[in-house]
Structures are given as structure tokens and as C-alpha cells.
Design a protein around this ligand. Structure first.
Ligand code: SAM
Length: 212
């Protein structure tokens, strides 16, 4: 599974409903700045974390910011590292994150996750937590999509370190509620939101009334 390096399998973008489940585990007393190392400014991780009041450092290979190019002693200053990494490199990325030693959460496909000898040994030798979700995740092929179109959806989990209160946590996904930022991409919705939210500092809170 790790042999598809650089393939199109790496270009899947995360929908909001898959990001919401990790939010309640981000302790704002401890986490001020989040590094999203596989993310451009279009990433919903970046937009949602900022909207929730976190400082976000977004870096991406497309901007000549190779995750593996940062020396461990000279990483972006952050309190946690959170993203959906390129699937073809997930073993190497998790290995480096364990070495870095900061709290992290990486959204990865769970099928076959423990089946390679290399990853099996890495998980055996490092302490980690898993956030399990009750539904499979459909990803976007393109940030302009209104609905995630990657089929079939993937069974995905957050592999975490130093973030969850127990080694395995479970969260339900709400595909309907977790769609605000996608709706915001639609110019018609954007215009309605701007009108509806003139007296409101957070336009997203008005979204339900705009839709009804
Ligand atoms: C599965 S996608 C997820 C993108 C984004 N994190 C999201 O969830 O919407 C992984 C992204 O990592 C980028 N990438 C691949 N190798 C990388 C590297 N060495 N350093 C930084 N980004 C990389 C890919 O181009 C791809 O856009």
C-alpha cells in the first residue's frame, strides 16, 4: 500500500465533517498554535482551526515546504501537528512524528494500517491513541467541489499522540452539520451569508437560518 508514493491517491482533501470530531480534544489551554504540514491555505483544517481561534501554520510541498525537509531542531513553532497526510507516505510520516515528540493527530485510512511489518513494529514501539469514527469518509478531489466525490469512501481514523484522554476514543460523524465551510464555497450561499450576518461576528452561526 505504501508503494503508491506520489500517486493521485495522495490528492484527497478532507471534508469538514471529518475534522469536527477531533476538535473537542484540542485543549485550548495547552494548544495555541497548530502546524498543518500537508496543507495549503485552501485546506479546511486550516480554515476551521483558524475559525476556532487557533494560530495555524500551513505548509505544503507545493510551496516548496517538504515535511521531511524540516530539521527536527528547527521545526515551525507549534503546540500540535494535525493534518491528513499523503497516504503513500503515512508510515514514514508517523515515524517522523513519533521522533519529533509533539502532540499530533493524523487522519489516515485504517484498512491495512497495522498490516505492514514496518508499521506494526512502529506502533508496537511507540505510544499512540486512536480516534475511531462511526462512518466512512468521502474526500474531495478538488477544493472547488461542493460535495466530496472520492469513491468509495475510506474507513479512516485519527492516529494521535498525547492528544486523547484514552488510548481509543469513539466519535460520531454528523455529515449534515459538518458542511458549513463547503457551503461557503458556493458564491450564492456566500452572498446570503454576508447579508444575514451583518450584525453577527461569526457568519457560520447564521448558516442554519440562511439554509432554512
Ligand atoms: C491526502 S492530501 C490532504 C491535504 C490536506 N491536508 C487536507 O486534508 O485537505 C496530502 C497532501 O500532502 C501533500 N504532500 C505530499 N508530500 C508532501 C511532503 N513531503 N510535504 C508536504 N506536503 C506533502 C500532497 O501534495 C497532498 O496535497
Amino acid at each position: 500500500m505504501d508503494k503508491v508514493a506520489g500517486s493521485q491517491n495522495d490528492e484527497h482533501y478532507t471534508p469538514e465533517y471529518a475534522i469536527r470530531p477531533i476538535m473537542k480534544y484540542l485543549d485550548k489551554d495547552k494548544i495555541k498554535t497548530i502546524w498543518c504540514p500537508f496543507d495549503t491555505e485552501d485546506s479546511l483544517f486550516v480554515k476551521i482551526f483558524r475559525n476556532e481561534g487557533f494560530e495555524v501554520i500551513a505548509t505544503h510541498i507545493e510551496n516548496n515546504q517538504d515535511f521531511f525537509g524540516y530539521p527536527i531542531g528547527n521545526l515551525p513553532l507549534c503546540d500540535a501537528i494535525i493534518s491528513n497526510p499523503p497516504y503513500s507516505l503515512k508510515g514514514k510520516i508517523l515515524e517522523r512524528l513519533f521522533l519529533i515528540g509533539k502532540p499530533f493527530a493524523m487522519l489516515v485510512g485504517v484498512v491495512g494500517l497495522f498490516e505492514s511489518k514496518y508499521r506494526f513494529e512502529m506502533f508496537r514501539d511507540n505510544f499512540f491513541e486512536i480516534l475511531y469514527m462511526d462512518k466512512r469518509i468521502a474526500y474531495f478531489k478538488d477544493f472547488k467541489e461542493q460535495k466530496p466525490s472520492v469513491n468509495p469512501p475510506f474507513s479512516s481514523v485519527y492516529v494521535c499522540s498525547q492528544l486523547l484522554p484514552k488510548q481509543i476514543c469513539f466519535e460520531k460523524i454528523d455529515k449534515k452539520k459538518g458542511n458549513n465551510f463547503t457551503l461557503l464555497r458556493n458564491p450564492a450561499t456566500q452572498e446570503s451569508l454576508i447579508n444575514a450576518s451583518q450584525n453577527n461576528r461569526n457568519p457560520l452561526t447564521k448558516l442554519e437560518s440562511v439554509k432554512s
